[in-house]
Design a protein around this ligand. Structure first.
Ligand SMILES: CC(C)(COP(=O)(O)OP(=O)(O)OC[C@H]1O[C@@H](n2cnc3c(N)ncnc32)[C@H](O)[C@@H]1OP(=O)(O)O)[C@@H](O)C(=O)NCCC(=O)NCCS
Length: 146
C-alpha cells in the first residue's frame, strides 16, 4: 500500500464517493446525510476506498466499506475498517452493526458475528439500510466494543 493517505470526508468529496459506491453496487441511501462519518483513502487524486460510520447515539452502523478493484488484496479494506472502528471506540460507541450481502466472511476478523436482524439496536434500525436499502436477505453482523 504505497502512498495511501487517509482523511475524513468533506462535502466536496460526495461526487467521487457516490461514484465508487455505484460502481460497486452499494446503496447510496442515507450516505450523504452521514458524510461526516466517512473515512477516505486516497492515492494522489484517486479515491482508492472508503468506509463509514452512521452514528446513532451509543450505537453505529458500519457501511460503505469498499476499495477500488485495482487496490484490492493489499490490506486497504482492513485498514479502512480499523480506522472507522478506532473512531467509534474513541467516541464511546458500544455497538457496531452492519448489513452485508457480499462480505460476511470478511468481517469476523474484526470481531463481528452474525446476529438476527431484530436484535440490532433500535436506533440503528432507523437507518436507510435497515429501512429497505439493503435486502431482507442481507446478513446482520454486530460487534460489541469495550
Ligand atoms: C470487501 C472489500 C472492501 C475488501 O477490500 P480489500 O482491500 O480487498 O481487503 P484487504 O486487502 O484488506 O483484505 C483482503 C482479505 O479479505 C478477504 N476478502 C476480500 N473481500 C472479501 C469478501 N467479499 N468476502 C470475504 N472475504 C473477503 C480476502 O480474501 C483477503 O483475505 P486474507 O487476508 O485471508 O487473505 C472489497 O473486496 C470490496 O470493496 N468489495 C466490494 C464492496 C463490498 O462488498 N463491500 C462490503 C459491503 S458490506
Amino acid at each position: 500500500m504505497k502512498d495511501i493517505t487517509f482523511r475524513a470526508a468533506v462535502a466536496g468529496d460526495w461526487a467521487q464517493i457516490s461514484q465508487l459506491l455505484r460502481d460497486n453496487d452499494l446503496p447510496l441511501d442515507g450516505a450523504e446525510m452521514h458524510l461526516n462519518g466517512f473515512i477516505l483513502a486516497y492515492q494522489g487524486q484517486t479515491l482508492a476506498g472508503c468506509a463509514a460510520l452512521e452514528r446513532y447515539d451509543r450505537a453505529a452502523l458500519l457501511r460503505s466499506v469498499v476499495t477500488r478493484k485495482a487496490f484490492r488484496g493489499l490490506g486497504l479494506g482492513q485498514e479502512l475498517v480499523r480506522h472507522v472502528l478506532d473512531m467509534a471506540r474513541s467516541e464511546g460507541i458500544r455497538d457496531v452493526v452492519l448489513l452485508t450481502t457480499t462480505a460476511d466472511k470478511f468481517f469476523p476478523r474484526f470481531g463481528f458475528s452474525a446476529v438476527r436482524r431484530e436484535t440490532a439496536p433500535d436506533a440503528v434500525k432507523e437507518s436507510a439500510e435497515f429501512q429497505g436499502a439493503c435486502p431482507d436477505s442481507a446478513i446482520t453482523m454486530q460487534l460489541k466494543l469495550e
